[in-house]
Design a protein around this ligand. Structure first.
Ligand SMILES: NC(=O)c1ccc[n+]([C@@H]2O[C@H](COP(=O)([O-])OP(=O)(O)OC[C@H]3O[C@@H](n4cnc5c(N)ncnc54)[C@H](O)[C@@H]3O)[C@@H](O)[C@H]2O)c1
Ligand SMILES: O=C(O)[C@H](O)COP(=O)(O)O
Length: 387
């Protein structure tokens, strides 16, 4: 039996994908795999039995990826599974920033339901008027799963769309509508766009990427949307720009004390992926990835180890090794197996940055002594006898 533990509530549709070989552990220490959404895992000490963490979602800044990689814990996410949910929120955000729809609704709620209400509303409506998004210029920073969907939808809404992503994937590029202007210099987005939306991961290199300098290059009255992570924006600089009207509206999915008291800000409580569909999609993908990893050792959509797929094991045994990406590891593995008289039928080795993963299918069952000998090799983080 395998055990899983959920650090956040995870969609039942996803959890039902677990086969009979799985049960929900009462304690995280008893689990082979952890499922998580936005819970902060940076201070969480995982038990040695935990082999995998699956983030049912995209952003992994809540997970200590390096630290877990060094313990041989593979961290997965679910790329694209909640992208449509976020896209719809971004479109709603642009519309809410363009006319004072929220203000209008609140005004009406505050009125007595008197006979002359319709007349009064006609008189007041100019206070809540605004502009249309059709014909306006939208700049998208980050053309991944979400950025591409926002770009294509905005084209259909009549916007002129400018996209910037120096690391765009081939898949994302293929999915992008041909009418999107591909921008190589982000300054063009700041200079020309009426609406700017950010869809990049929070990394050391992207933290506060929108600061005082960047805002100063933006058009007066720009609308800034942030459905990615709050720390991407220097919110002190942003508040100044909101006060002066340089930024007309800031639409963000991330509540914090700074934006909560800032003027001209529309804050939603991290709702981007909170739809039935996105929650189900993410959970299903996360669960499938965990099962394939625990049962077969295959890695798909990991963010700290390379993807590696050897299919189902048809030989007598399969052993997987998480290790540092340094010279002379494979020769030590093959020597250890060779010395123990174990014949290798198939071998796959992949690396990602400092970390590597080796899958070995062997023609005789692996005993615990051989596994222990592999564990004792320097720079080996984890050895699993999968079969
Ligand atoms: N509000 C929500 O509920 C919600 C939901 C999903 C994702 N997110 C956030 O949105 C982010 C993006 O999600 P995604 O699914 O599109 O991820 P993704 O990995 O598919 O796309 C991210 C894109 O950003 C690009 N990028 C990285 N650094 C860049 C830079 N400096 N400049 C321009 N582009 C850069 C990458 O090349 C990639 O194409 C996530 O990391 C997460 O933080 C928020
Ligand atoms: O990165 C993500 O996928 C989103 O921020 C969604 O987070 P959530 O799963 O906690 O809603």
């Amino acid at each position: 039996m395998y055990g899983y533990y959920c650090l956040n509530p995870i969609s039942q549709v996803g959890l039902k994908e677990f086969s009979k070989k799985y049960e929900q552990a009462e304690l995280a220490e008893k689990a082979d795999a952890i499922l998580v959404r936005s819970a902060d895992m940076h201070q969480t000490e995982l038990a040695p039995g935990v082999a995998a963490v699956a983030r049912a979602g995209a952003g992994v800044n809540n997970i200590p990826l390096e630290q877990l990689a060094k313990k041989g814990v593979v961290v997965f996410n679910t790329p694209g599974a909640n992208a449509n949910g976020v896209k719809e929120m971004v479109l709603a955000g642009m519309l809410l920033a363009s006319r004072d729809i929220v203000g209008g609704i609140e005004w009406l709620k505050s009125q007595e339901p008197a006979e002359d209400l319709a007349k009064k509303a006609e008189k007041e409506k100019k206070k809540f008027a605004g502009c249309e998004i059709s014909g306006k210029k939208l700049g998208i920073i980050g053309l991944g799963a979400i950025g591409v969907k926002v770009a294509n939808a905005a084209v259909h809404l009549g916007m002129e769309v400018y996209g910037y992503d120096p690391f765009i994937s081939v898949d994302a590029a293929w999915n992008l509508s041909r009418s999107i202007h591909h921008i190589n210099d982000i300054a063009e987005i700041y200079r020309d766009c009426d609406y700017i939306t950010i869809h990049v991961p929070l990394l050391k290199t992207t933290k506060k990427m929108i600061g005082k300098e960047e805002i100063s290059h933006m058009k007066d009255g720009v609308v800034l949307l942030n459905f990615a992570r709050d720390l991407l924006v220097d919110e002190e600089a942003l508040c100044e720009a909101l006060e002066t009207g340089k930024v007309k509206k800031y639409v963000t999915d991330f509540a914090n004390p700074v934006v909560a008291k800032a003027p001209n800000t529309l804050v939603t409580p991290h709702l981007g992926a909170s739809t039935e569909e996105s929650e189900d999609n993410c959970a299903v993908m996360a669960v499938k990835q965990i099962m394939d990893y625990l049962e077969n050792g295959n890695i798909k959509n990991s963010v700290n180890y390379p993807d590696c797929d050897a299919g189902k094991c048809v030989d007598a045994g399969r052993i997987t090794i998480n290790h540092k990406n340094v010279p002379n590891m494979i020769s030590q593995f093959t020597k250890t197996l060779g010395d123990a008289g174990v014949n290798i039928a198939n071998m796959t080795n992949k690396s990602k940055g400092d970390y590597a993963y080796t899958m070995l299918d062997v023609t005789s069952p692996i005993d615990s002594q051989v596994a222990e000998a592999l564990r004792n090799i320097e720079h080996v983080y984890r050895v699993r006898v999968v079969k």
